[in-house]
Design a protein around this ligand. Structure first.
Ligand code: RB5
Length: 143
C-alpha cells in the first residue's frame, strides 16, 4: 500500500471542492484515487462514502477525503466501519487534533461550509501531522 495514494469521494454538494482538492493533491505529488461522484447531479452520499471505505479496507489507499454538503453524512457512514477513523473538520486546529490525538485516516469536509483556501490548509495539516501515540493510542484502541 502506498501512503502516496489519497482516495477522495464526494456527492453533488462536495463536487466543486473535490475538483479543487484533487488539483491541489496532484500539485503536491500525491496520486489521487477519485471514486466519484462525477458532477453536480444529485446523488446519495452513502454510496460514495462506501466506495472510499472499501478502497481503504482493500489497501488501495491508506488515507482518504470525503466531501458532501456539510461533511456530516459522509462522516457518519465512514465511522460505521472499524477500520475507519473519520474526522469532520472545519478549521486548522481540528485538522491537527484529528491526527495528533485521533489518528484519523479520513478527513471529512463540508463543501457548503468551508472555503477552498481553508480546506486546502486543513488537508495539508491532515496529511503532514503524525499521530502522537502514547495515551492517545490506548484510547483509539478502545474505539
Ligand atoms: C445533500 O443535499 C446533503 O444532504 C449532503 O451533501 C450532506 O450534507 C449530508 O450530510
Amino acid at each position: 500500500m502506498s501512503s502516496n495514494v489519497i482516495a477522495i469521494a464526494c456527492d453533488h454538494g462536495g463536487f466543486q471542492l473535490k475538483v479543487e482538492l484533487k488539483d491541489h493533491l496532484s500539485q503536491q505529488g500525491f496520486q489521487v484515487l477519485d471514486l466519484g461522484a462525477e458532477g453536480t447531479e444529485s446523488v446519495d452520499y452513502p454510496d460514495y462514502a462506501q466506495l472510499l471505505v472499501e478502497a481503504i479496507k482493500e489497501g488501495r489507499a491508506e488515507r482518504g477525503v470525503l466531501i458532501c454538503g456539510s461533511g456530516i453524512g459522509m462522516c457518519m457512514v465512514a465511522n460505521r466501519h472499524k477500520e475507519i477513523r473519520a474526522a469532520l473538520v472545519h478549521d486548522a486546529l481540528g485538522a491537527r487534533l484529528s491526527r495528533l490525538h485521533n489518528n484519523a485516516n479520513v478527513l471529512c469536509l463540508g463543501g457548503r461550509m468551508i472555503g477552498v483556501e481553508l480546506a486546502r490548509d486543513c488537508l495539508n495539516i491532515f496529511l503532514e501531522t503524525e499521530f502522537e501515540g502514547g495515551r492517545h493510542a490506548r484510547r483509539t484502541e478502545k474505539l
